[in-house]
Design a protein around this ligand. Structure first.
Ligand code: BEZ
Length: 212
């Protein structure tokens, strides 16, 4: 499978998980999804990542986002490791860990980068929209744990910009002003953005976040 690009349909698959068999598209339903891989069970950084993801499960749910983790470990190992995650990270893993020992999903999603590791998935993240299209991809090396607060922040931006003609500036956080996209003409701004706007440059126009 070639690299998945933004706008591509996230490939469907069926796989075993710690919460039973998952038919991926059916499991996603009409909401958003995050599929993220980690290199291996019973490793330190992965343990902290899965613990962090579990702690933020409610934040993902508030945004109508389901999350699922994946590695090439077998299902029995996932079940054993979950006990360690719960114990050491003071949490309860409350989302599926997909077992992919035959690397079917890993190859479908190009999660194995042979020049990094022949055998293990890197830390890939795919954010998938309700239309099943890939909205965001991230790739981190095994040595660097991901920031799940940043993932939530990006999802806030993706969900906002899916519904309004705005984009979010550098370091934006939900509640802060946003940028009006260049396709909106100056004369159309008052009707579209009744909260007001600031015209800093002809191409740089800001407005309060429209859905707050
Ligand atoms: C970790 O999760 O700690 C890890 C996994 C694979 C290689 C290096 C670190």
């Amino acid at each position: 499978m070639a690299t998945l690009r933004l706008g591509d349909i996230a490939p469907d698959f069926t796989a075993e998980s710690s919460e039973g068999t998952i038919h991926f598209h059916e499991w996603l339903g009409n909401g958003w999804g995050v599929l993220f891989s980690h290199p291996a069970d019973f490793t330190p950084v992965c343990t902290t990542e899965l613990g962090a993801a579990a702690k933020y499960k409610d934040e993902f749910a508030k945004r109508n986002v389901k999350i699922a983790a994946l590695s090439v470990d077998p299902i029995g190992k996932h079940h054993e490791w979950i006990k360690d995650i719960n114990e050491t990270q003071n949490t309860t893993v409350n989302f599926p860990l997909i077992a992919d020992p035959e690397k079917k999903v890993a190859l479908l999603y190009d999660m194995i980068h042979p020049n990094a590791s022949e055998n293990f998935t890197v830390r890939s993240v795919f954010v998938i929209g309700p239309d099943k299209k890939v909205k965001l991809t991230l790739t981190y090396p095994a040595s660097t744990g991901r920031n799940f607060v940043e993932l939530l922040r990006v999802i806030d931006s993706l969900q906002l910009t899916a519904n309004y003609s705005v984009a979010t500036p550098a370091d934006w956080k939900s509640g802060e002003d946003v940028v009006i996209v260049p396709a909106v003409k100056d004369e159309d701004i008052p009707a579209k953005f009744p909260k007001g706007h600031t015209r800093i440059k002809p191409y740089l126009r800001t407005t309060p976040q429209p859905n707050k």
